[in-house]
Design a protein around this ligand. Structure first.
Ligand code: NBP
Length: 474
């Protein structure tokens, strides 16, 4: 009986396209789904694309895989993933691999990896980005798990991943939950990137008075320069689209309430736990949250705003481009800081430059700019922040006057720009000689005797605020 090199269970949009991608690359692939109709439909529609070995039962599916078995789970993250693991793990033997390609929380991946390792099985939590098109034509793949499992799995995953300059957009990220952690931060950065683009659109529309079709042209131009990226490209497409039913710009007939599935929220929650400031990502998550509070917005709609309206400055679009580039650098710097902190916390030893390299193609945040990030980490793998890299420091330095003008214009005109504002505040916080945190420490010591350190001496101090205000050492 012919055996499959790899198997995919869970054949909704992602699993089905990943299985097709494997088959198209000449890898015989076993396919299985809880509801057998999906398996049947896949083979009927696309059976001629390669070798598919359909299985209706878990036992047959496992029996059709060559050893060590490589079993990819592509089901809804959370409970369904545990249910599928519970179903398949008893059928596997030591050395076999379960690959979870869903959007799992990295903490779940750590738990599952530890439990399966005890049974001699490899569990490979794998981030996959690129949506259904990416899964079919070449996604960016972020596998975690053991180095041993990557030896058996890596070549297959690299084969089906996107390629940039001949380099696969797939590499071993690190042990246990590292792959899903990096995918989570990728999605958090994606939230920030999308929010900054949305703010750029809003400013061009309501501050510069441009129509959506004109703004589409602005984005098309930007896409040919340093901002060139998948998200900028699709933004131009969406803005240029006209609603067939009404003849209005498509963007004007869509309800302005953004939804989210949770990876952005996880990125922020994890950053809070790690003590990493990721304001750009947090504001993007909150901006979606604000947009969804319909009743709250309705209640506040009549509140007074500024009396000024559109500014007619011919250079405004160029200023927004600069603000967008600078804010984007900040958002990525924050995301990479979070990966650096997670890597240190969990002992993953993640190569940050390699993460930038595998995001250059296949994934939603793919962008020309990622090559710059790869180069920055190649020049100094230990750099504490991308903002001090020569290229980025110069770019932000050149952009900062325009960036400040745009944030000021947004505030003056009453146009919300939380992404631009928080990015600028982060930049100014990092470069400040002194922060008002010294005053915060004084307040904390006053009301809670929380103590403070001094700039001129070692040690912890407390001032007797309620008595004669002498300073004591603690
Ligand atoms: P969905 O997330 O919509 O999940 C549907 C699949 O899960 C079906 O195959 C369904 O089987 C299966 N399933 C469920 Br629901 N509960 C199950 C259970 N208890 N036991 C066995 N199977 C169960 O599919 P998707 O959109 O293809 O995404 C798959 C994974 O990839 C998710 O984790 C998602 O977050 C991740 N992801 C998605 C994208 C994207 O662009 N869509 C991108 C990157 C990652 P059934 O057919 O029998 O109902």
């Amino acid at each position: 009986m012919q055996k499959a090199r790899i198997g995919v269970t869970g054949l909704a949009v992602m699993g089905r396209n990943l299985a097709r991608n494997l088959a198209r690359h000449g890898h015989p692939v076993a396919v299985h789904n809880r509801t057998a109709a999906r398996t049947k439909a896949l083979v009927e529609e696309f059976g001629d694309e390669g070798t598919f070995l359909p299985a209706e039962t878990a036992e047959r599916f496992v029996a059709s895989l060559e050893r060590p078995r490589r079993l990819v789970i592509m089901v809804k993250a959370g409970g369904p993933t545990d249910a599928v693991i519970d179903e398949f793990a008893p059928l596997l033997e030591p050395g076999d691999m379960i690959v979870d390609g869903g959007n799992a929380n990295f903490a779940d991946t750590r738990r599952r990896e530890a439990a399966l390792r005890e049974r001699g099985l490899h569990f490979v939590g794998t981030g996959i980005s690129g949506g259904e098109e990416g899964a079919l034509h070449g996604p960016s793949i972020m596998p975690g798990g053991s180095a041993e499992s990557y030896e058996a799995l890596g070549p297959l995953l690299e084969d089906i991943s996107a390629k940039v300059d001949g380099t696969p957009c797939c590499t071993h990220v690190g042990p246990d939950g590292a792959g899903h952690f990096v995918k989570m931060v990728h999605n958090g950065i994606e939230y920030a990137d999308m929010q900054l683009i949305a703010e750029s659109y809003d400013l061009l529309r309501h501050a510069a008075g441009l129509a959506p079709a004109e703004i589409a042209e602005v984005f098309r131009t930007w896409n040919t320069g340093r901002l060139g990226s998948y998200l900028i490209e699709i933004t131009a497409e969406v803005l240029a689209h006209t609603d067939a039913a009404t003849g209005k710009p498509f963007v004007d007939v869509v309800l302005d309430q953004a939804e989210q599935k949770g990876t952005g929220r996880w990125t922020v929650q994890t950053a809070l736990d790690l003590g990493v400031p990721v304001g750009g990502i947090a504001e993007a998550v909150f901006a979606r949250s604000v947009s969804g509070h319909a009743a709250l917005r309705e209640a506040a709609r009549g509140l007074p705003g500024p009396s000024r309206s559109a500014i007619a400055d011919s250079g405004f679009a160029d200023s927004v481009e600069k603000a967008l580039y600078a804010s984007k650098i900040v958002a990525y710097a924050q995301g990479f800081h979070e990966i650096q902190a997670g890597s240190a916390e969990y002992g993953w030893n993640i190569d940050l430059g390699a993460m930038a390299a595998i995001w250059r193609g296949g994934c939603i945040i793919r962008a020309r700019f990622l090559d710059r990030i790869r180069a920055a980490y190649a020049a100094d793998p230990r750099t504490p922040t991308l903002l001090t890299d020569d290229h980025f420091a110069e770019a932000v330095g050149d952009a900062q006057d325009a960036w400040r003008d745009v944030v000021a214009a947004a505030a003056r005109l009453g146009i919300p720009a939380p992404g631009f504002s928080t990015a600028l505040a982060y930049y100014d916080s990092l470069r400040a000689d002194r922060l008002p945190a010294a005053l915060t420490q004084g307040q904390r010591d006053f009301f809670g005797a929380h103590t403070y350190r001094r700039v001129d001496r070692e040690g912890s101090y407390h001032t007797l605020w309620g008595a004669d205000r002498t300073e004591t050492t603690t």
